[in-house]
Ligand binder design. Structure first.
Ligand code: FPP
Length: 233
């Protein structure tokens, strides 16, 4: 097996189940999202310790605006809190944070906090943490094609490398692993271009309960899988 015992370069996570986690405790949905922020903290530390190069987490999709104004506002506040609170830890762990998605659609205070977190961690050379915020996979692909049209790239030069270079994740390896928590088995518009050869892991754990143990278990399971990229055995 070619990927045996190789630390995956890039793990992407659809952090699902915060609402159900809160409901089980008869608490409001925001209680679940706050617990989700703690789980994210632990998972980032673990990924950094494991020597993973890139971690992408789906924090808010281009479709999540359909949720109640209260929940959307609460999630934006959590994003601001996370961007400010985590900087010190991220610097200690040598983690670089990027906020990927349609920035212009975010409230100004979120944009500012995102800019600040990116600048404050820009020199770090360990794990790159992509926080996908106001992110949609189709939206990302449309933007890439619009940019290429604006740059007047000739049709015969539009190939896989050109598209990849115009995505938010330009220059990064595609995810080896995509995890979705909470038992749902859908991709929900997440990294549609980049996930072509990813290994998928659907786990029942609700996101607030996810942590280092789960991440390590998934990597061990990944080592047992045989990635062929379309090749015969
Ligand atoms: C999906 O669970 C989760 C989200 C839409 C938000 C994810 C946010 C966090 C993990 C907090 C950290 C956030 C930032 C911005 C750093 P759900 O609410 O759809 O759960 P449900 O399906 O059980 O209702």
């Amino acid at each position: 097996m070619d990927n045996e015992r190789k630390v995956p370069e890039h793990i992407a996570i659809i952090m699902d189940g915060n609402g159900r986690w809160a409901k089980k405790r008869m608490q409001p949905r925001m209680f679940g999202h706050k617990a989700g922020m703690k789980a994210l903290h632990e998972t980032v530390q673990a990924a950094s310790d494991m020597g993973i190069g890139y971690m992408s987490v789906y924090a808010f999709s281009t479709e999540n605006w359909k949720r109640s104004a209260d929940e959307v506002g609460g999630l934006m506040n959590i994003a601001v809190e996370y961007f400010f609170k985590e900087i010190e830890e991220l610097n200690q762990k040598n983690v670089r944070m990027l906020v990927l998605g349609d920035r212009s659609g975010l409230p100004e205070k979120v944009q500012e906090a995102a800019d600040n977190a990116e600048k404050s961690t820009a020199a770090n050379t360990g794990l790159t943490l992509n926080i996908m915020l106001n992110y949609g996979g189709r939206d990302e692909i449309i933007r890439a094609f619009r940019e290429m049209a604006e740059e007047e790239i000739p049709a015969d030069q539009i190939d896989e490398a050109a598209v990849s270079a115009h995505l938010y994740t330009a220059g990064q390896p595609d995810p080896d692993i995509i995890v979705r928590t909470s038992g749902e088995e859908r991709i929900s518009n997440f990294m549609l271009w980049q996930n072509s050869y990813s290994e998928f892991f659907f786990v029942d754990t609700l996101w607030p309960d996810f942590g280092e143990k789960d991440l390590r278990r998934i990597v061990e399971e990944y080592w047992k899988r045989d990635r062929r990229y379309g090749n015969a055995k």
